[in-house]
Design a protein around this ligand. Structure first.
Ligand code: ARG
Length: 269
């Protein structure tokens, strides 16, 4: 999270990576443009007040998991990212149905209620989850959360990550939504990559490891809180990683099944 937060502060890039090559510094490039109409549960978190109006004020991703319930990463609502405690952000919005952040399509709904996991550990990055209740239902566009034991968590499963984040690892924010194909990886891959570094510690019970063989496709800064989807179900939220798209350092996601208790307790439906 530390690296995430600082990166997010600096620029807000989000990104998803791509099928092309990774830059020499290990950042990701590429990815494919997608339309929110095909993935209507992908949302952007935004504040014009904190982040300006250029890209609709986007600073993180999120996922619609119920008619009026959005999940995102706890670190997205941290002071490191927002510059102030989230309670002081007067115009926290969820942007729904807007492919192009430079445009006005779709809608912006207020978060009427915000729950940020009080047990989120910014050292390991464990518990990186938050639940937002929208002021009103967004429409029937939610994605189901894969429960524990769902086959979608099996290593080798193809998965897709979505976001408006950095497409290069150097601060090139996307204005259009992008997605990248990765694979769910064995927990041991991330346990070995992240035994306890300055960036975080991999905890298999509450995190999920995913990446592309050889690197090059990954989430990046600004994608945090957004969805990792496999078999039509939500399996993860973009959380952290060292660099972006490095073969030796896969992406680490909040395991979606770990969200279920919080969603039933703090979600709207
Ligand atoms: N922490 C980043 C954010 O706030 C997401 C980083 C994901 N990194 C990765 N290599 N998958 O947007």
């Amino acid at each position: 999270m530390r690296s995430i937060s600082y990166a997010t502060l600096g620029a807000f890039v989000l990104v998803l990576a791509a099928p092309t090559t990774a830059a020499a510094d290990g950042s990701v490039v590429g990815g494919d443009a997608v339309h929110v109409s095909e993935s209507p549960w992908v949302v952007a978190l935004a504040s014009h007040e904190r982040f300006g109006t250029d890209r609709s004020g986007q600073f993180c991703g999120g996922v619609l998991v119920g008619r009026s319930t959005v999940v995102t990463a706890a670190h997205c609502l941290s002071k490191e990212v927002l510059g102030v405690p989230w309670q002081q952000v007067r115009d926290l919005r969820v942007v729904i149905g807007r492919d192009n952040l430079a445009g006005r399509g779709g809608k912006e709904l207020k978060a009427a209620n915000v729950w940020v996991n009080p047990r989120y550990d910014s050292w390991t990055n464990e518990g990186d989850m938050a639940v937002l209740k929208l002021e009103r239902p967004a429409g029937g566009r939610a994605i189901p959360i894969a429960g524990r034991g769902d086959a979608a968590y099996k290593p080798g499963t193809r998965a897709t990550v979505y976001g408006w984040g950095d497409t290069t690892g150097a601060g090139s924010y996307a204005t259009g939504l992008r997605s990248a194909g990765v694979n769910v990886l064995e927990d041991s891959v991330c346990s070995q990559a992240y035994p306890g570094s300055a960036d975080g510690t991999y905890k298999p019970a509450s995190m999920l490891c995913a990446g592309a063989q050889g690197g090059g496709r990954d989430a990046c800064q600004g994608d945090s809180g957004g969805p990792l989807v496999a078999r039509g179900r939500l399996v993860g939220l973009v959380s952290w990683g060292t660099g972006c798209g490095q073969a030796s350092h896969p992406g680490v996601y909040t395991r979606a099944s770990a969200l279920l208790p919080a969603v039933s307790e703090h979600g709207a439906d």
